[in-house]
Design a protein around this ligand. Sequence first.
Ligand code: HEM
Length: 463
Amino acid sequence: MAFDQRNSVGSELYVTIVQQPPTLKRKFLGANFLAFRRDPLGFLQRAARACGDITYFRMGPQNVYFLNHPDYVKDILVTHNQNFIKGRALQRSKRLLGEGLLTSEGEFHRRQRRLAQPAFHKQRIATYGVTMTDFAERTSARWADGDTLDVAEEMMRLTLGIVGKTLFDADVESEAQEIGESLNTLMELFNAMLLPFSEILEKLPLPQNRRFQVAKDRLDATIYRMIDERRRTGEDRGDLLSMLLLAQDEEGDGKGMTDKQVRDEALTIFLAGHETTANALTWTWYLLSQHPEIESRLHEELERVLVGKRLPTFEDVPSLRYTEMVFAEAMRLYPPAWAIGRLAIADHKIGGYVIPAGSLVLLSQYVMHRDERFYPEPEHFDPTRWTPEAREARPTYSYFPFGGGPRRCIGEGFAWMEGILLIAALARNWKMRLVPGHPVELRPVITLRPKHGMRMTVGNRQQ
Ligand code: HEM
C-alpha cells in the first residue's frame, strides 16, 4: 500500500511514494496470521523488535498496523479517538453484552457513559471498600495453613463475589460456582467466536451454540429478575444496579435507561469487573512468591499501617504506597488487558505512513510494558519503578493497563482500590508459595490468564 504525498520545495512540486511500514518476513502466505494466532504475545514482541514502532501485517483479508510507541497510543486512544471504533473482538461480543459501555459507539456510548459515571464516583466507590475486605475475610476463613489451592480460581471467586455484591447487592458468592460456570462457559465459547468464519458457525445448530444460549439465558434471567424487583419496589439499595436504574440523562433527553440498557450495562460491568482484577491479583501473588525480599518489604508496610494486623479500610489506601507500587508493577508485567484493537473509520496519518480506512490498529500493553526504552531490565519485577519521580520520568502512555481517552476503563478507581485492599487484607495473614514444578505459562485470551491456573500453598503468617 503506498500513497502520494505532495510536498512543495521552493516552486517545485514533487511526489514521494511512502511505503508500507516494515513487516515480519514470512515463509508462506498466511504465516504471520498463524504465528499471531499461535502465540500473539511472542509474535507482537518479535514484530516490535524487528520492525520498530510500526509494523504492518495481514490477518486474512485484514490489514493490521501494530503501533508500539507511547505517542502513538495517545494519538489513537486520545487525540484522534473519533477516527476509530472498537475492533472485531468487541463488536463480536455484542452478541453477549448487547450495547453496553464496552461495546457501544458514538453518541449512544457518550450518553451511557454519562449515565453510568455517578456509580463510579470516588465517594460511591469508598462505600464498596467494606464489601471488598469483608469478602477477603470470607476467603481467609476458608483457607487453612498448608492448604494447596488454585489461587487463580480463588481470586476469580473472590472478585466475582465482590462485583456481585457491589453491583447487585446480591450474595452471589454462595452461587458463585454456578454463575462462575455460566460465565466461564460464555468466555470459553466467546473465544471460539473470535475465530475466522465464526459468524457462519454461530448460525449452525452446533452443541457449543446451544451451550452458549443456555448460559446466556440463565444469566439474563437472573439479571432481569433483579431489575424487575427493583423497579417494583423503587428501592435505592446503594449498589451499582440502583445507580443505573435511577440515573437520568440531565445533559440529554432527561430520561433514564430501559431494562435492556440496564441489563447490557450490568452484564458488561459484571464481566469486565471481575476477571481482569482476579488475574492482576493472581499474577501479584505469583510475583511475590518469587521475590521474598519484595514480599518482606510489603509485609513491613502492612505491619506499620495496619497496626495489630487490623483489617484495612478505604482510609488506609493512600498510606499503602508500597502495596500500590507492587500492584502497579504486577500489572506492568502481566497487564490483564494485554492488547487493544481499533478499526480505522477514515484514513489516518501516523509516523509518516497512512493507515487506510478499514484497517485494524493494534496496541499492546504487554509489549509496551516490557519495552527497555521505558523499563530498563524489563523482565525484572521492581515496584520501585512506581515512585512518583520514576513515573514522572516516563511518557504517560508507556503504561496503559486501563486504556486511555473517552474509552478508558470506567472501573479504574474501583480496580485500584480493590487490588490494594485485597492484597493488604490477604498478605496480612497469608504467604503464598508456588507448588514446586507447577508450570507457569501465559494464556492470552480476552484477559491474560495463567494457562494452567496457579497452584500455590498458603501459609498462615500468624502461626
Ligand atoms: C485490573 C482491573 C482492570 C483492568 C486492567 C481493566 C482494563 C480495561 C481496559 C484496558 C479498558 C478499555 C478497553 C478499550 O479501550 O478497548 C476497560 C474498559 C472498561 N472497563 Fe475495565 N479494567 C479493570 C477493571 C474493571 C472494573 C473493576 C470494572 C467495573 C467494576 C471495569 C469496567 C469497565 C468498563 C465498563 C469498560 C468500558 C468503558 C467504556 O468504553 O466506556 N473494569 N477496562
